[in-house]
Write a protein that binds this ligand. Structure first.
Ligand SMILES: Cc1ncc(COP(=O)(O)O)c(C=O)c1O
Length: 355
């Protein structure tokens, strides 16, 4: 007897990057921030009154929403918080897209969780091909649709789409359908669409503290949008789990958000390391689309990405390789510290010389 539902039997889940538990790797495979969170996070968590943990957390995450609203220049009613932005995205599929509706649009090469959510919630979707240089053509999203999701910068390419182009998409779809901008990597050099929220009720921004604030392990994501959209997300959330974020996660997240100078310093370090790494890898013959994220997407005209992936792993360096159509000759490399990137570049140089 097989007790699984048809869905549990057939669903193809998302495969996250490896999190090795035994061997120590230079870990450049899951776009984590190489720097620790703000010291204020540690202080808040250490000083947290543990007795409070007997109580359920605030189901409204008020303190966190207030802190985020101040940072983003919106009202707390325009913020929804959840357990990582993956969970925000999962709620979005349920709150905004209809199984009987027109297909939701997203690029053919993008964050692979979008297809997983569409499949599990039975939402029709259509993938839109990137152009030959892996860029999004924004006009492709100006046609009848049941919603659109654009990661900006896109993952795994790192390519950023200007706000001006996105505005064309948002305006075209106004009063027709919702446009979700997944801004997981926006703080590494892009311009956020958050200031447009007041004028465009069909725009929802999804963000995370995982990368920008070094808090992937704390699991804090959020959405910014019109109050009506946020109310829809809350309805879905309250039909699933009243308490998404735990007390420690909220306390740590507030501390991270309030330490803006530490955050800026970290962003600067990562973007500098990115530019330096791009220069050095370009000198070795790698082709790299312009990245505004904390990762780069690289290919080499003479060496197969799969080979490089295996070699780097042997040398104790983990990067991400997607064995998928169109991108099976690329490696996605997260930006680590200067020292980690030096080791990576030297290993790649060595491999290329040995051939
Ligand atoms: C484009 C994109 N969106 C969302 C996420 C989810 O981030 P988290 O659930 O850690 O907030 C990721 C994580 O890698 C991502 O790459």
């Amino acid at each position: 007897m097989n007790y699984l539902s048809d869905k549990a039997k057939s669903v193809i889940p998302y495969t996250p990057g490896e999190q090795p538990q035994n061997k120590k790797y230079i870990k450049l495979n899951t776009n984590e921030n190489p720097y620790p969170p703000s010291p204020q996070v540690l202080k808040q968590i250490k000083e947290y009154d543990v007795k409070e943990l007997r109580l359920y957390p605030d189901p409204e995450n008020t303190a966190l929403r207030v802190a985020l609203a101040e940072r983003e220049g919106v009202r707390p009613e325009q913020i929804f918080c959840s357990n990582g932005s993956d969970e925000v995205l999962a709620f979005c599929f349920q709150a905004f897209f209809n199984p009987e509706g027109l297909p939701v649009l997203f690029p053919d090469v993008t964050y692979s969780f979008y297809t997983v959510y569409a499949d599990i919630f039975g939402i029709p979707y259509q993938t839109v091909p990137l152009d030959g240089q892996l860029r999004i053509n924004h006009f492709d999203y100006c046609r009848a649709n049941g919603g659109a999701i654009i990661a900006n910068p896109n993952a795994p390419t790192g390519i950023y789409l200007s706000l001006e182009k996105l505005l064309t998409v948002i305006k075209y779809n106004l009063e027709k359908s919702l446009v979700i901008l997944d801004e997981a990597y926006i703080e590494f050099g892009g311009q956020s669409g958050a200031p447009l929220i007041g004028d465009y009720p069909n725009l929802l921004i999804v963000r995370t503290l995982s990368k920008s604030h070094s808090l992937a392990g704390l699991r804090v994501g959020y959405a910014i949008g019109d109050e009506g959209l946020i109310a829809g997300l809350k309805n879905i959330k309250n039909s699933f789990n009243s308490y998404l974020l735990d007390r420690l996660a909220c306390a740590g997240a507030v501390a991270a958000i309030r330490d803006e100078s530490y955050h800026r310093e970290t962003m600067l370090k990562i973007t500098r390391t990115r530019e330096y790494t791009v220069d050095r890898l370009s000198d070795l013959g790698f082709m790299i689309p312009d990245s505004k994220a904390n990762f780069i997407f690289v290919s080499h005209p003479e060496v197969k990405a799969g080979e490089l992936f295996a070699y780097l792993k042997e040398q104790g360096i983990l990067v991400r390789y997607f064995d998928k159509p169109r991108i099976d000759n690329y490696l996605r490399i997260s930006i680590g510290t200067d020292q980690e990137m030096d080791i990576l570049v030297k290993q790649l140089e060595r491999y290329l010389q040995k051939r």
